[in-house]
Design a protein around this ligand. Structure first.
Ligand code: GUN
Length: 283
């Protein structure tokens, strides 16, 4: 089978056009959705992500404030910044870029963000609501993946979904969202024995490990839906995913490329969550 390629970039563009209209409509009601993005230090990948978030906000006419702090910022100082943003009625969404420096406890910072402004969906209250299948802010990459499934009419119910990688940001939550939609979910990770056995059985395969070429077409089931969340910069400077695209696309029914696949959906879901936060706060 030759796969249909899911271009998240195109889908993201059509969703952003709709979000732009929503922002204009909110402006006409004197509501100005605004995102605050906090970054510590100058890791190039993190810097590039947050610049992308600010630019994407501007492109749909939404305000975004970038708060750039030094790598040496203490946990207490960062908590003060989060607290100020929690209190600021002009701010609807707060995102603290991860990973944080080692001297800061990420959990303490995430738990300090007001759940009403938790547009990353990382707060334990958001996670708990997600696990209970209640409406809440959902983490942006998993939500972007689910949106792709819905848009393409890919069925989830009863399917065996295998999630490779168990991070807080992607693996764990995307497995939960698939479970909420009645998939049978298997998580694989660095300690999994005989991982091949699970990968071979996946109707839906989500790969989020950060290793170029981690999954090859030979390993996957005919007709599998393959979602590649990897963003790896290889020696020649090009971006590549966790899946060997050329071999996998011959066997999959659907596959996402890297770049232009999952990545553009992530920021779009952040914009969507921020608009949602503004609507809820002003409700
Ligand atoms: N670092 C990598 N991805 C993300 C994300 O979605 N949110 C935050 N806050 N940090 C990240």
């Amino acid at each position: 089978m030759a796969a249909e390629i899911i271009y998240g970039k195109e889908l993201a563009e059509s969703i952003r056009a709709r979000l732009k209209d929503e922002v204009a409509e909110l402006h006409s009601q004197q509501i100005h959705p605004k995102l605050a993005v906090v970054i510590l230090g100058n890791d190039p990948a993190s810097q590039s992500y947050v610049k992308g978030k600010k630019k994407a906000s501007a492109n749909i006419g939404m305000d975004a404030e970038l708060i750039e702090l030094s790598e040496e910022t203490t946990q207490a100082e960062l908590l003060d910044v989060v607290d100020r943003l929690n209190q600021d009625t002009d701010i609807h969404g707060i995102l603290v870029q991860l990973p944080l420096p080692d001297h800061i406890n990420e959990d303490v910072i995430i738990e300090a963000i007001s759940p009403e402004k938790d547009v990353d969906g990382f707060h334990p209250i958001s996670i708990g609501r997600m696990m209970a299948g209640k409406e809440t802010f959902l983490p942006c990459t998993p939500l972007g993946i689910m949106t792709m499934f819905h848009e393409k009419g890919i069925s989830i119910r009863g399917k065996h979904a295998v999630v490779v990688g168990r991070s807080r940001i992607v693996g764990k939550p995307v497995g939960q969202l698939l479970l909420n939609e009645h998939a049978t979910v298997t998580y694989c990770h660095s300690r999994t024995e005989n991982m091949d056995k699970y990968i071979q059985e996946a109707d839906i395969l989500i790969v989020a490990v950060g290793k170029p070429g981690f999954v090859h077409g030979d390993q996957i089931k005919d007709g599998a839906v393959v979602i590649d969340v990897g963003v790896n910069r290889i020696e020649d400077g090009t971006l590549t995913g966790d899946v060997d695209f050329e071999s996998a696309k011959e066997k999959a029914s659907y596959i996402t490329p890297v770049p232009r696949g999952v990545g553009p959906m992530t920021i779009t879901m952040l914009l969507q969550n921020t608009i949602q936060a503004a609507k809820q706060i002003h409700h």
